[in-house]
Design a protein around this ligand. Structure first.
Ligand code: SAH
Ligand code: SF4
Length: 383
């Protein structure tokens, strides 16, 4: 596995336990770990020199032991009034995308919007789904746990650069969704470590129930996730209600066909007693037929799952198109009549999965990188 280039461990990838161990090896008492983590997650201080309650020798040790600047913010971009994007650059020049989405809440209107952060877990993706740009260029590397956590710290800093309070700032968000670039369950250990830090009392204190992990359907890892004590929410990128259709657009389906995937999802929801979401991108003349809707209904009912229908966002260079509004409605209607809890997203950008998928796609990596390099000289902020 290719690892991030920095030889020093990233401070934001340390758990209370691992940090305590490292401190002990250095002859330091355990309470110092709490103090350091308070500086990082409560006060949002990244520079060890500014951790003024710590003895100078300890501050020097932190600087020498850890990487406290895993990625620089090189670009922020607002593509519409509802979505914004941060582009982070680690030393190996890989680009990490993080999306912030402000979407009006269903039935409430514009006065109260739902704020969501969409984070990435890999650079590129190895799974090659035919409709998705993340898979187009293939997999480059996994993100380290500290690089996953750093995305959230950067968002907090962007939200309010004047108030140095990471936890409080993050608490103003409703959800974190792991739907950015990459397949989260293919980077399982780093993902779990990062989310443990995000959830922990000594970390960012963000509730597991407000964190959704989206997967293209890695059945064994779904079962593994079911056994974790933290109750994250699960979303499955289904996009096909039969093996025939799903295998056409998602190569993973050949490895884990529906007969293997669906029982794994069932095991997860039984364990956590919570509704999973089935994401279903509607692609014209591929999976938008009444037959697919009729095949999807019993699957959703059996799993007690909510179906999120997402009209496809066209991707340059890919042949797929969004179905007509009429076809989208007809598909949703079949599900509703079959008593399936269903949402059909109409406006692009207002759907989390679509927004994460789409923004990423709009960023042609080479162009963004060139622009980022120009801008990096003037922004250059690190967490
Ligand atoms: N690898 C994971 C998470 C990242 S993809 C997964 O596949 O679930 C996040 C979501 O964006 C998925 O539901 C994916 O299917 C969706 N997506 C990708 N390309 C899209 C597009 N062009 N239009 C709409 N949604 C898209
Ligand atoms: Fe990878 Fe998810 Fe895109 Fe498929 S949809 S290529 S699994 S990021």
């Amino acid at each position: 596995m290719v690892q991030p280039v920095s030889p020093r461990p990233i401070l934001y990838g340390e758990t209370l336990e691992s940090l305590t161990e490292r401190l002990a090896e250095n002859g330091q008492p355990a309470y110092r770990a709490h103090q350091i983590l308070d500086w990082v997650y409560k006060k949002r201080v990244a520079d060890p020199a500014a951790m003024t309650s710590l003895p100078t020798r300890l501050r020097t040790w932190i600087t020498e032991t850890f990487n406290t600047q895993p990625a620089r913010l090189v670009l922020t971009k607002t593509s519409s009034d509802v979505t914004g994007k941060l582009l982070l650059e680690p030393p190996d020049k890989a680009l990490i995308e993080t999306v912030v989405i402000r979407a009006p809440m269903d039935g409430v209107g514009a006065e109260r919007s739902r704020k969501t952060i969409c984070i990435s877990t890999q650079v590129g993706c190895a799974y090659g789904c035919r409709f998705c740009a993340s898979g187009l260029a293939g997999w480059k590397r996994d993100l380290a746990a500290g690089e996953i956590v750093a995305q959230l710290l950067h968002v907090c800093r962007q939200e309010d650069p004047t108030t140095p309070r990471a936890r409080e700032e993050l608490a103003s968000f409703d959800n974190i969704v792991v739907m950015g670039m990459g397949e989260p369950l293919a980077n399982y250990d780093n993902l779990l470590r990062a989310l443990t830090i995000v959830n922990a009392d000594w970390g960012l204190r963000f509730g597991a129930r407000r964190i959704t992990i989206s997967t293209s359907g890695l059945a064994p890892q779904i079962r593994q996730l079911a056994d974790e004590s933290l109750g994250f929410r699960l979303a499955i990128s289904l996009h096909g209600a039969t093996d025939e259709v799903r295998s056409q657009i998602m190569p993973i389906n050949r490895k884990y066909p529906l007969a293997e995937l669906l029982p794994a999802i069932e095991a997860f929801s039984q364990k956590h007693g919570r509704m999973v979401t089935l994401e279903f991108i509607l692609i014209a003349d591929l999976n938008d037929t009444p037959e697919q809707a009729r095949a999807l209904a019993p699957i959703a009912r059996q799993l007690h799952a909510h179906v999120n229908l997402i009209p496809y966002n066209t991707v340059e260079g890919l042949p797929w198109l969004r179905p007509t509004l009429q076809k989208q409605e007809a598909f949703a209607e079949i599900l509703r009549r079959a008593d399936v809890s269903t949402t059909l997203r109409r406006e692009k950008g207002h759907d989390i999965a679509a927004a994460c998928g789409q923004l990423r796609l709009q960023t042609e990596e080479s162009r963004a990188a060139a622009k980022a390099r120009q801008i990096s000289a003037s922004v250059g902020a690190a967490v």
